[in-house]
Design a protein around this ligand. Structure first.
Ligand code: HEC
Length: 122
């Protein structure tokens, strides 16, 4: 009896932890999906689609929030958001050169944040 209670508690705990991790990965999964769609739309010259996807990327980032995050995560996260907004603006204005530029900056920030925050270098 005691054993099965322990087992059930352990499984519940494990499910909770998995859910927490999954939520975070879900955010990055969404970010990746939108970034891929932006890449594709840019290659096709479909700036209206770039703007729509940048808007969606902005929303998932804002909705996830930065509370309970480390200082460096917040710092890179805010910078990321700024660049996503700049990309949305350039795409809405039909400026392809500006969109290419902001997209490159944005992708750079995915990697910068991972280098420093995900891989715990600062
Ligand atoms: C502000 C920091 C930050 C930015 C910006 C950021 N990420 Fe992440 N990313 C993380 C962290 C931290 C993790 C590890 C999961 C965790 O613990 O939050 C992660 C994990 C991931 C993962 C792995 C998820 C998994 O299932 O293990 C992918 C894929 C990913 N990010 C893609 C992206 C893409 C694409 C972008 C840019 C469009 C991006 N990230 C921008 C911080 C960031």
């Amino acid at each position: 009896m005691k054993r099965s209670i322990l087992f059930i508690s352990l499984m519940t705990l494990l499910a909770g932890v998995t859910l927490l991790v999954a939520q975070q990965n879900d955010l990055m999964e969404k970010k990746t999906l939108h970034a891929e769609k932006i890449f594709r739309a840019l290659a096709l010259g479909d700036l209206a689609q770039v703007s729509t996807e940048a808007d969606a990327l902005e929303k998932v980032t804002v909705d996830a929030g930065f509370a309970n995050r480390s200082e460096s995560y917040q710092e890179y996260g805010k910078e990321f958001l700024k660049v996503v907004r700049a990309l949305k603006k350039e795409a809405s204005n039909g400026n392809s050169a500006g969109s290419y530029y902001q997209f490159s900056r944005m992708s750079g920030l995915c990697f910068t944040c991972h280098e420093h925050v995900r891989d715990n270098k600062d």
